[in-house]
Design a protein around this ligand. Structure first.
Ligand code: HEC
Length: 136
């Protein structure tokens, strides 16, 4: 959360109150969530997660920390707005993304590698449909 505060503070200083208003209209920001989840992994779904899944023996603490962060961001997606597309479709697709990321974290909490992999696959297969409908 600290970085979010820094972003808002920086926006206040550099561009003034009008844009900050726009920022809050969109919060939680869809682009920021996508960036946090994917951009730092050069567009691929969480590479830290991939590595942690493949590591043997499993470092459950690290894995659960990663899936917890993914689930938090994934759950917030539905509350934001997409660049385009209608609201009902967004609620459905973003809602599914929230449920998929929660299932991923639940599986990590249960230390169930097979379920983790299944969730990872479901999430990895959900990108295109939502981007086609809602990404500008
Ligand atoms: C529920 C809808 C939805 C799902 C599922 C989804 N995305 Fe997105 N994604 C978006 C939207 C909407 C944007 C455009 C955000 C904006 O710029 O306002 C976006 C933007 C992005 C961006 C560009 C971020 C930037 O720098 O501006 C990346 C990278 C990305 N998504 C990766 C992924 C990957 C990888 C997956 C699947 C593992 C995925 N997304 C699944 C809705 C989704």
């Amino acid at each position: 959360m600290k970085s979010w505060i820094v972003v808002v503070a920086a926006a206040l200083v550099s561009v003034g109150a009008v844009s900050v208003g726009a920022y809050f209209d969109n919060a939680p920001d869809t682009e920021a969530i996508m960036k946090a989840l994917f951009k730092k992994n050069s567009g691929k779904f969480n590479t830290a997660l991939k590595k942690e899944i493949e590591t043997s023996p499993t470092d459950w603490e690290a894995l659960q920390k990663t899936t917890g962060e993914i689930a938090k961001l994934g759950g917030d997606l539905e509350k934001g707005k997409p660049g385009k597309g209608d609201e009902a479709s967004w609620k459905k697709l973003a809602g599914k993304f929230g449920a998929d990321t929660k299932a991923l974290h639940d599986a990590a909490e249960a230390k169930d590698l097979a379920k983790i992999k299944a969730s990872q696959k479901a999430i990895g297969g959900s990108c295109k449909a939502c981007h086609n409908a809602h990404r500008e």
